[in-house]
Design a protein around this ligand. Structure first.
Ligand SMILES: [Zn+2]
Length: 864
């Protein structure tokens, strides 16, 4: 973790001077640089050394991809680069078996293959100071090729290019790539660069791509296989879209929209940054069961197919999510792809800008009121979900070796960082913030930059103390707990004092701007507060009439655990502005978790009372989500059993009462989530069996699939239900997904045991998004009595999962496993594991503490 020393004098100065020392060393004192150690992964030391001696890299890569998944991929590669000083053996990254290297020639001479700790080592005798050429023939590694029966795709972020071909796998050694793919003639393919030529010979073809733009190894990508192709016009040229969807309704509803959303995102980014789309071509591909929502390879963006292809039954939430992921990946073309972090310590910068710009482009489309509400609902609960735990991490984290880079990703960088960025923009003013960011993009275009580089530029545009601000928001964990005192005299406010203290740890202050709203019988008044110390007297409030109640963080921009005025609760659903209500729901839930102001039972009653009254879709989503959390995690199984029939009835009534289709659907989904009664089962079974949704709701094939899973999970008396549902699915990729998940839902404990055992094999964990879905059912509260035995092994497997899986998999694995446990026994399993492994990888340990936090909190709250 980046815990900066207490030296307030200046982290900026310190880093800047370190940088200049490094620069000095490159050109004048090269002899004193120590040779890099040979160790597995890509160490920071190796990366820094290579950055000082290597430049002007280009890769020529040819891959011969056979039709059958089991057959090897033969590869040829030429790496050209400039070596400033030929002093130490050169390390090429290749995390594979040395036997896969067939031949190695360096500067036209055959060289011996020397392989150590995931590196191909080239001795100085073969190299020269100046231009060098390394030629290899080898069998490609398959660690990040995602090979399927009739398609494959690369996914190299953060350091997995080195699992496929030898390279300098670090983000600040950008290079060009000239790719040739040899493929079955009927396959289609997409890569970073535009197509130069394609030659068919019998049932094979060779596809020659132009030389790519200059990009980092983690952004080099291609996909090939049985895909359909659509084309459109984007970024001043023809753009291609590859997909495997077969459902004509989805295709009809989705392809035009995908191009249109990209077009509006590109337009917004070009205008905001004043930099035209910076790469030679635009293209994207929808991948079935893709590991992430999307990945920003220039010219070949990858998306999860199920999020891209929606039909007429899609909710507003799904449509928004699709627009959002497209805006996010498009923003990366500038933030991340054009200007890239030096090192993955600053991976959060590309993610925060992608999210922040996606939000901004949405604001331009929908207006401020929708934006404010969506920003609150999208980011704050997710950020609090990590930052309230003992395992929280700062936005900016240290990283010694790229092999651990995946552990840096999580809700802090995706959700707390945008909150921080919005506070920074508010502090600086929108125009000055935009000017600063533009200067940063222009200055570092096609290169690399760090957070100190950016904040150094922003500092010029700001009057505030950004260094002090940066320390607590970016380099530190946690959030403040806010409290207040209100003194009254003759029905007027005589004194209003606001205090903050950290939820955990030492004295710290989060400087921030937020709003407090005072509610009266016939009007309300909102004050903006700048809280930059631990205690502030709000002079503006003095002399105001005493309100009926007040609401902290009414506008939802402030970050922390906000106090709740008990007098607000009876009037909660009379608050007119949906933004204010959403902020109140979030504060109430956070306080409940902290054992402050409201108990789980009270919160259940309060939130169910809102199911008919709340009409804003995003707020209903928030309420039903919180209700489900409290229901499964913070009340006892006995309380659930006695209370479920009533809750089901309230949800069903509210569903009928609400008029908007999406609101109805959210309530239907909530009903499906919580039902336990016979009556509830019969209602849902009718819907599923007749494929007839309640009036006013559209259900899609995916909805009926999830309904079948929910019924089967409760050991439905229709034991054939899953077979019948499978028979309804025609798309081959979706059938595979279904068949994978089914054993995790089986009524037979032995089948579930076998399923869990099968996950010990890496090959059975390849479709990570399907594994996470299956684990959710396997560890569902209704199955926990028999699933608790999987917990120790699930923890033991985590290290292997981190090494073999993609970046989000460790946390998805943990979340899907632990999210719903509430028993003391489950908490003990986690405590025992941590106790027995005192030297456990700290980056994985915090992931465990994050995922297990509700299990520990349940222990406290259920005792009360
Ligand atoms: Zn991203």
């Amino acid at each position: 973790m980046v815990k900066l020393n207490n030296c307030l004098v200046g982290f900026l100065l310190c880093l800047f001077s370190c940088n200049s020392v490094k620069k000095g060393m490159i050109y004048h004192e090269i002899a004193v640089i120590p040779g890099p150690k040979i160790e597995s992964g890509v160490s920071r030391q190796l990366a820094e050394y290579r950055k000082t001696v290597i430049k002007d890299i280009s890769y020529k890569l040819e891959l011969d991809i056979p039709r059958l998944r089991k057959d090897k991929i033969e590869a040829l590669e030429v790496i050209s680069f400039q070596l400033n000083v030929n002093q130490y053996p050169l390390q090429l990254d290749f995390r594979e078996n040395a036997a896969k290297i067939k031949s190695l020639r360096v500067n036209d001479k055959t060289a011996a293959v020397k392989y150590e700790a995931e590196h191909l080592i080239i001795d100085t005798e073969y190299l020269v100071s100046g231009k060098n050429k390394v030629e290899l023939s080898f069998e490609a590694g398959e660690g990040a090729l995602n090979r399927n029966e009739d398609y494959l795709y690369t996914l190299f972020v953060p350091d997995r290019a080195r699992t496929v071909f030898p390279c300098f796998d670090q983000p600040d050694l950008k290079a060009t790539y000239t790719l040739t793919l040899k493929l079955p003639a009927s396959w289609k393919s997409i890569a970073n660069a535009s197509l130069r030529d394609s030659v068919v010979t019998g049932d094979r073809k060779a596809v020659y791509y132009n030389t790519s733009d200059t990009i980092s190894t983690y952004l080099f990508a291609f996909a090939a296989g049985k895909f359909e192709k659509a084309t459109g016009h984007l970024a001043k040229g023809e753009a291609e879209y590859l997909y495997r969807e077969t459902d004509t309704a989805k295709i009809k509803q989705s392809i035009k929209e995908a191009f249109a959303t990209h077009a509006s995102s590109l337009k917004f980014l070009e205008e905001w940054t004043k930099i035209p789309y910076p790469f030679q071509k635009f293209g994207f591909v929808a991948i079935p069961d893709f590991q992430f929502g999307g990945m920003e390879h220039p010219g070949a963006i990858q998306y999860k197919a199920s999020a891209m292809f929606l039909d007429a039954g899609a909710t507003k939430d799904q449509l928004d999510a699709r627009s959002n992921v497209i805006a996010h990946e498009t923003a990366h073309m500038w933030f991340g792809d054009l200007v890239t972090m030096n090192w993955f310590t600053d991976v959060w910068m590309k993610e925060v800008f992608a999210n922040f710009m996606a939000d901004k482009s949405m604001e331009a489309l929908t207006g401020k009121a929708v934006f404010d509400l969506k920003f609150l609902v999208d980011h704050f609960p997710a950020a609090y979900g990590i930052d309230r735990t003992q395992g929280s991490n700062p936005i900016r984290q240290d990283l010694d070796n790229l092999k651990d880079a995946g552990t840096l990703y999580g809700n802090i960088i995706y959700h707390k960082a945008p909150v921080m960025m919005r506070q920074l923009e508010r502090l600086m003013g929108k125009d000055r913030f935009q000017q600063g960011v533009r200067e940063y993009l222009l200055k570092f275009a096609n290169g690399n930059a760090s957070w100190p580089d950016l904040i150094g530029i922003l500092d010029k545009y700001s009057d505030a103390d950004l260094q002090k601000w940066n320390k607590v928001w970016v380099n530190d964990t946690g959030r403040p707990v806010i409290d207040y005192e209100l003194e009254k005299k003759n029905n007027k406010i005589s004194k209003f004092t606001v205090r903050q203290k950290p939820e955990y740890g030492d004295d710290r202050v989060w400087p921030q701007l937020f709003e407090v709203k005072f509610y009266y019988a016939d009007h309300s008044k909102e004050l903006s507060i700048n809280l930059n110390t631990d205690k502030t007297d709000i002079k503006e409030a003095e002399g105001m009439d005493v309100p009926l109640f007040l609401q902290f963080n009414s506008s939802g921009q402030g970050y922390g655990l906000w106090p709740v005025d008990g007098k607000m609760l009876p009037g909660l659903y009379h608050i007119a502005d949906p933004l204010n209500r959403a902020s109140a729901y979030i504060s109430l839930y956070e306080n409940m978790l902290n054992g402050r102001s409201v108990t789980p039972g009270q919160l259940m009653d309060l939130f169910t009372a809102g199911l008919k009254k709340e009409e804003e879709e995003l707020n209903i989503k928030l309420l039903t989500g919180y209700l489900a959390n409290v229901y499964w995690e913070f009340i006892t199984p006995k309380e659930r059993k006695t209370g479920s029939a009533q809750l089901e009835e309230l949800l069903w009534e509210a569903m009928k009462y609400q008029s908007l289709p999406n609101n109805k659907k959210l309530l239907f989904k909530a009903f499906q989530d919580v039902f336990l009664s016979e009556n509830g089962r019969n209602r849902l079974y009718e819907v599923w069996a007749r494929q007839k949704a309640p009036q006013g709701i559209k259900l899609t094939e995916d909805d009926y699939t999830s309904l079948a899973f929910s019924l089967a999970l409760r050991s439905d008396k229709d034991t054939e239900i899953l077979k019948k549902q499978l028979a309804r699915i025609t798309n081959a990729d979706r059938r595979k997904r279904f068949e994978f998940i089914v054993p995790a839902i089986s009524a037979s404990e032995a089948i579930r045991d076998d399923f869990f055992k099968s996950l010990m094999q890496k090959s059975n964990r390849e479709k990570e998004s399907n594994v996470a879905a299956a684990l959710y059912y396997l560890h569902h509260p209704l199955r926990q009595a028999t699933s608790i035995k999987y917990l120790p092994e699930s923890l033991r497997l985590l290290t292997e999962i981190q090494t073999t899986g993609d970046i989000f998999f460790p946390q998805n694995w943990l979340q899907a496993t632990f999210s719903y446990y509430q028993s003391a026994d489950a908490a003990q399993v986690i405590r025992d594991f941590l106790k027995q492994n005192p030297n456990y990888n700290p980056k994985l340990k915090i992931k465990i503490l994050q995922a297990a936090d509700n299990v520990f909190k349940a222990g406290v709250l259920l005792k009360k």
